[in-house]
Write a protein that binds this ligand. Structure first.
Ligand code: PXP
Length: 243
C-alpha cells in the first residue's frame, strides 16, 4: 500500500479573477466547496500583505464554512502571525513575500532568518497551528527548519516546473533527495508551486512527499474543463504516479 498523497487546492486565483472586477464573483469559498466535492483533502489560501487576491474575510469564511483543513499561507510578519493566531487555521505555511513579485519567488531563507522565523513558528505553534516552511530543496534549509521546531516543510517545485530536459531532471533529483533527507530527520514533507497535469507525475511519485499544494494551473484549467473536472484529473494523475 503506497503512502497516501494529499491534495491541497489553492483558491487564490479565484479571488484574483473576482478582484479584477471588484464584485463578489467568482467566490473563492464556493470554489473551495467545489474542491471538497471533487476530492481535495485541504484548502490553501495566501493572505498577502497587499491583499491582491485573498482578503481577510475570505480567510474567515474558508475557516468557518468549509469542512476541510485550511492551510494559511503567510509571510512571517507580526500582522500575519496575529491574524493567524486569531483565526486558528489547521496549518500555516510561512513563505517569503515581496510586494513587487507576481508570485512567491524562491523559498524562505530559514538559515539566514532564524530569529524571525523561529519566533513566528513559536507563536503559531502556541496557538495550536501546525507550521510548515516553504523552502528550496536544500539540506541546509531542511536542517534549519528541524532545528527551529517546524514539523513540516513544503519544497518549492517552481524551478523544476520552469525547466525542461536535463535541468528539470536535476531539479527533480534534488527534490527527491531533499524529501528523503526531510523524512529521515523527522519532518513531514510537502511540495508545490507551478505544478500542472504535465509536471505533477514525477513529483507525486516521490514516496516521501505527503501533500501537494496546487492552485494556478487548476484555476486556469477550470476555464476549459470546469474546476471539479480539473481537480479530479489532477487527483487521478497524482494517484497513478503514486501507484
Ligand atoms: N505552495 C506555496 C507555498 C505557494 O506559495 C503557492 C502559490 O501561492 C503554491 C503552493 C501553489 O502554487 P501554484 O498556484 O503555482 O500551483
Amino acid at each position: 500500500m503506497p503512502n497516501p498523497l494529499r491534495l491541497g487546492v489553492n483558491v487564490d486565483h479565484v479571488a484574483t479573477i473576482r478582484n479584477a472586477r471588484g464584485g463578489d464573483h467568482p467566490d473563492p469559498v464556493r470554489a473551495a466547496r467545489v474542491a471538497k466535492e471533487a476530492g481535495a483533502d485541504g484548502i490553501t489560501a495566501h493572505l498577502r500583505e497587499d491583499r491582491r487576491h485573498i482578503r481577510d474575510d475570505d480567510m474567515r469564511r474558508l475557516k468557518d464554512e468549509i469542512a476541510l483543513p485550511l492551510n494559511f499561507e503567510m509571510a512571517a510578519t507580526p500582522e500575519m502571525v496575529g491574524i493567524a493566531r486569531a483565526l486558528r487555521p489547521h496549518a500555516a505555511c510561512l513563505v517569503p513575500e515581496k510586494r513587487e513579485e507576481r508570485t512567491t519567488e524562491g523559498g524562505l531563507d530559514v538559515v539566514g532568518n532564524k530569529g524571525v522565523v523561529g519566533d513566528a513558528i513559536a507563536a503559531l505553534a502556541e496557538a495550536g497551528i501546525r507550521v510548515s516552511l516553504f523552502i528550496e530543496a536544500d539540506p541546509r534549509q531542511l536542517d534549519a527548519a528541524r532545528e527551529l521546531g517546524a514539523p513540516v516543510v513544503e519544497l518549492h517545485t517552481g524551478t523544476y516546473c520552469e525547466h525542461v530536459g536535463a535541468a528539470r531532471e536535476r531539479e527533480l533529483a534534488r527534490i527527491g533527495a531533499a524529501a528523503r533527507h526531510g523524512t529521515a530527520i523527522g519532518l513531514e514533507v510537502h511540495a508545490g508551486h507551478g505544478l500542472s497535469f504535465d509536471t505533477v507525475g514525477p513529483i507525486a511519485a516521490i514516496p516521501e512527499i505527503a501533500e501537494l499544494n496546487i492552485g494556478h494551473f487548476l484555476v486556469g484549467e477550470a476555464v476549459f474543463l470546469g474546476l471539479a473536472a480539473a481537480i479530479r484529473e489532477m487527483r487521478r494523475r497524482m494517484d497513478n504516479a503514486r501507484r
